[in-house]
Design a binder for this molecule. Structure first.
Ligand SMILES: C[S@@+](CC[C@H](N)C(=O)[O-])C[C@H]1O[C@@H](n2cnc3c(N)ncnc32)[C@H](O)[C@@H]1O
Length: 164
């Protein structure tokens, strides 16, 4: 586990390295389909191959606009779910997303660990319950914790891999 400090430039650079690493991991799957759910600015478009980003907000830069619960996919190689499952219906939404992913596919998660729902214990419970592996995000880092911005709560990021 690593804690990041946004005020320290070398740590911010490390954060970028971590992101570049999972972008590479996903591209190394030679993916036919990657979904960025709640994509916001759609920042992975053009960096990850065959990526579709969508978002519920019409101010986003999604390829289309919809609530994730209305969206169905099959056999997705990787899903990015960053900053989306923070508040209500978390498990229902997570289970819905998990159904899209092919066996051995990846899910990049980022959550607010101070939102009241998530905790490291909860993450481990989900891992067990849904038979998920936890490959490193970068080198030997499995979980990356970044501090609260504007007092909104710490963010934790990690990768889950579904069973083969
Ligand atoms: C904190 S932003 C993160 C944006 C992007 N994933 C990123 O990391 O830069 C959360 C995004 O999730 C979207 N979102 C929240 N609930 C959603 C839902 N049910 N279906 C689709 N998008 C949703 C919001 O509109 C918002 O753009």
């Amino acid at each position: 586990m690593i804690n990041f400090n946004w005020n320290n430039r070398s740590e911010v650079n490390k954060f970028k390295e971590v992101e570049n690493n999972y972008v590479q991991m996903i591209n190394d799957l030679n993916p036919s389909l990657v979904v960025d759910v709640g994509c916001g600015r759609n920042r992975f478009k053009g960096r990850i191959n065959n990526l579709i980003g969508f978002d519920i907000s019409d101010t986003s830069k999604g390829d289309f606009i919809d609530d994730l619960l209305n969206v169905t996919y099959d056999n997705v190689d990787a899903v990015l779910c960053e900053g989306v499952l923070h508040f209500d219906k978390i498990e229902k939404r997570f289970k819905h997303i998990l159904e899209w992913v092919r066996p051995g596919g990846l899910i990049v998660m980022r959550v607010n660990i101070d939102s009241g729902f998530w905790s490291m214990k909860k993450i481990k419970t989900f891992e067990k319950q849904y038979c998920l592996e936890n490959p490193p995000l970068y080198k030997n880092i499995n979980y990356m914790i970044s501090p609260a911005i504007n007092g909104e709560g710490r963010r934790v990021q990690w990768i889950w891999k579904t069973q083969q």
